[in-house]
Design a protein around this ligand. Structure first.
Ligand code: ADP
Length: 435
């Protein structure tokens, strides 16, 4: 017999036995139905009494021992007590776990905010108080963008909706001098925002950039003076073949150094521009492509076949000087590293994802795969001698990468030894305008 049936038949047995006994006793004393009804009433009253005790016991906050009761009410109290004790135990464990989690997030060196699907703040750790000036009892439930009024952060969030694989954003803290690196991590329908203090890294980067810029600046004047004197010397000693050769060599080297200094200064300027938002200027890409073709024809001096293909996308948002020097670098590289008779194509087109692509393709010497990922490092050259011979500084592709990143684009390099190379700059749709 299972437990339910046992309780049922046990109860029926005892109540029937009690009522029959009362009925028989009633016949003896002369009022059987009165005693029978009295017995039933007492039975109902007893159940009501147990129910009241149960409600009183359940409504207490503390977990007290259950009231003493006989029959199946005793079992009900015992079972409920066991379930309650088990739940209480689980609750205590969860509270401990939650407190531990809270303590560990409080100990994190980064500010952490949990954001709901509409960017409302659901929870934040205390680092957010100093980083963003959030207030514990006031700002929960408020949209983040109402509290941190930074247009860059707003644009970052908008971009994140379109492409959740975005990298990080660096913004100054709204409340103090700190520089924060922000990451948004989606999970379920919510977001986790992590802000890290990168002020010291930023300071080091600024120091390095300023150092390079200052050294380059200081070198520029003496180099110009040396070049000038070398020109005068060459003029004076043109009839002395012993000196002419040495003077020409010195001139070559000083020109090369001038070139490096100019490139270093350009790189520092681009790096400091990177922290500023782009102006709303639009560049006529078709005109730029035609200008690049002319430049390429001059550089190539008839040694290569050069073609330029423009597209229906007329405008690209950005800085004219920066883009021009980046694109010129790619074109001049293609000419310098493609032997005479080679073909160079300069293209501006819309790819299948709607992005704007500026591409320079050559069928020159190509680059081995292991070099490709390092090409954009400063002074990285596949063949140092060859780069120097062709007037290279090793800074060209570093400049290109910085310019493209500043324009929210991506530089993609595809190359195969002996087959040639493709350097493609991809710009997101929002940077393009048709007319
Ligand atoms: P450099 O001034 O030496 O040309 P860059 O930064 O412009 O410096 O280029 C880095 C290196 O990448 C070059 O030294 C060269 O070896 C390689 N490179 C760049 N463009 C091409 C190309 N179109 N074809 C082959 N190699 C290239």
């Amino acid at each position: 017999m299972n437990q339910d049936k046992y309780y049922f038949f046990n109860e029926i047995f005892w109540i029937s036995a009690g009522l029959i006994a009362l009925l028989l006793f009633g016949y003896v004393v002369g009022s059987p139905w009165f005693l029978f009804s009295l017995g039933l009433l007492i039975y109902i009253f007893w159940h009501l009494r147990q129910l009241t005790r149960l409600i009183q016991w359940l409504s207490k906050n503390e977990l007290d021992m259950p009231p003493d009761a006989g029959g199946f009410w005793g079992d009900i109290f015992r079972h409920l007590y066991r379930i309650q004790r088990h739940n209480r135990h689980r609750q205590e464990k969860l509270v401990v776990l939650l407190n531990r989690y809270k303590e560990s997030t409080e100990a994190l060196p980064d500010a952490t905010i949990i954001l709901g699907r509409n960017w409302e703040i659901e929870w934040f750790n205390s680092k957010c108080i100093s980083y963003f000036g959030l207030k514990k009892n006031q700002d929960l439930g408020q949209p983040l963008t109402n509290l941190i009024r930074s247009p860059v952060l707003l644009a970052f969030i908008e971009d994140h909706k379109a492409d959740s694989n975005q990298h990080t954003l660096e913004i100054p803290s709204p409340d103090n001098e700190l520089m924060l690196s922000i990451r948004l991590i989606p999970y379920g329908s919510k977001y986790l925002l992590i802000a890290r203090d990168v002020s010291s890294i930023q300071k080091l980067k600024t120091m390095r950039r300023d150092f390079v810029a200052n050294v380059s600046h200081e070198l520029r004047t003496p180099l110009t003076v040396i070049s000038g004197y070398l020109e005068t010397l060459e003029e004076h000693l043109k009839d002395e073949p012993v000196y002419v050769n040495s003077i020409q060599l010195m001139q070559q080297q000083s020109h090369r150094m001038c070139h490096i200094v100019e490139d270093l200064l350009l790189l520092s300027t681009i790096e400091s521009n990177e922290r500023r938002t782009l102006k709303n200027d639009f560049i006529d890409m078709n005109a730029l492509i035609m200008m690049l073709k002319k430049e390429a024809l001059v550089l190539s001096n008839g040694r290569h076949k050069i073609e330029a293909i423009a597209s229906d996308i007329k405008w690209l948002k950005g800085d004219n000087n920066e883009l021009q020097s980046a694109f010129s670098n790619l074109v001049s590289n293609a000419i310098r590293y493609t032997p005479a008779g080679g073909k160079i194509s300069i293209r501006w087109y819309r790819d299948k994802n709607g992005q704007g692509c500026f591409e320079v393709q050559d069928n020159g010497e190509g680059i081995a795969e292991h070099h490709v990922k390092r090409l954009t490092e400063r002074f990285y050259r596949v063949d140092v001698g060859r780069s120097r011979d062709t007037g290279g500084t090793g800074l060209g592709l570093a400049i290109v990468k910085h310019v493209i990143t500043h324009h929210q684009g991506k530089l993609v390099i595809n190359s195969k030894i002996g087959m040639g190379s493709v350097f493609r700059c991809e710009f997101p749709k929002k940077m393009l305008k048709n007319n």
